[in-house]
Design a protein around this ligand. Sequence first.
Ligand code: C2E
Ligand code: MG
Ligand code: MG
Ligand code: MG
Length: 282
Amino acid sequence: CKSRHSGGGCDFYSAEMDAGFSGRFSLETAIRKGIDAHQFEVHYQPQVDGQSGEVDGVEALVRWNHPSRGLLLPAEFVQVAEDTGQIVPLGRLVLEQALRTFADWRTRGIAPGRLAVNISSQQIEQADFVPEIAGLLKQTGVPATMLELELTEHTVMRDVDRTVARLRALCELGVRVAIDDFGTGYSSLSYLERLPLDTIKIDREFVRNVCADKPDSPIVVAIVAMARGLGRKVVAEGVESETQRHYLDALGCRSMQGFLFSRPLASAAMERFLGEHLGAVL
Ligand code: C2E
Ligand code: MG
Ligand code: MG
Ligand code: MG
């Protein structure tokens, strides 16, 4: 990894260069200023029932609306935000914004059944993480069962005992938990049984392998079977083609997310999408 000498994560060197920032310090400062200046916004991607076409949820995805560089994707700043601890205020901002938007959709009758939000390990390690979630749910009136927190295997495995305790507390509140990018990390399968997980999200890397030439993926088959055996819900990420949609549907994986249905959209565009697809078939 070329970036080791800089002391940052592997993505750091390319991340700062891609965004055109002149160094780690500059990007770190820019993120902090960006938080204060309300430059971060939440976009939403629908999670769709591949069989009925109904929208059953949305995933909140952070974007940085940078004044001179335009709309930046998480690949350009999330790693540095994690390395510098700024993911804590940034993540809080995303949770707050997403829950307020979702609450507004509820009052207007266009909210789907679930709001999924990505959470990094540093957030969940904060002592006040669970009360903070409880407070936000209370403020916004969103039922806990409609909020799903997405954690990667890496996040879960970093400090398993503490994470399990936090997940149990969240579970008691009624909040759902999903394991994101499943199959790409290094989690021990025994934890899948131990953790209070509701959902397993199949990483798009495995979904990508399902193509018209070779519409079969033993790994996808195995993950769906395992999720079912454990009584967990399964969501497929990165569904881009009808081939993939039909394959997943035949396996019994109902919930899907991907460009086939919609790219992530800004809240106003997502509102229109939800209004148009309310109970409708895609
Ligand atoms: P993720 O949670 O796995 O989110 C799914 C990513 O896949 C999104 O990228 C989404 O735009 C992309 N995607 C969805 N459907 C398709 C498809 O059909 N094809 C392809 N090629 N890609 C698809 P995005 O928005 O760039 O986010 C990347 C990652 O950044 C996320 O992966 C998540 O790990 C992280 N992230 C995003 N928002 C947040 C946040 O608020 N907090 C934290 N901690 N991490 C976040
Ligand atoms: Mg996610
Ligand atoms: Mg994912
Ligand atoms: Mg991913």
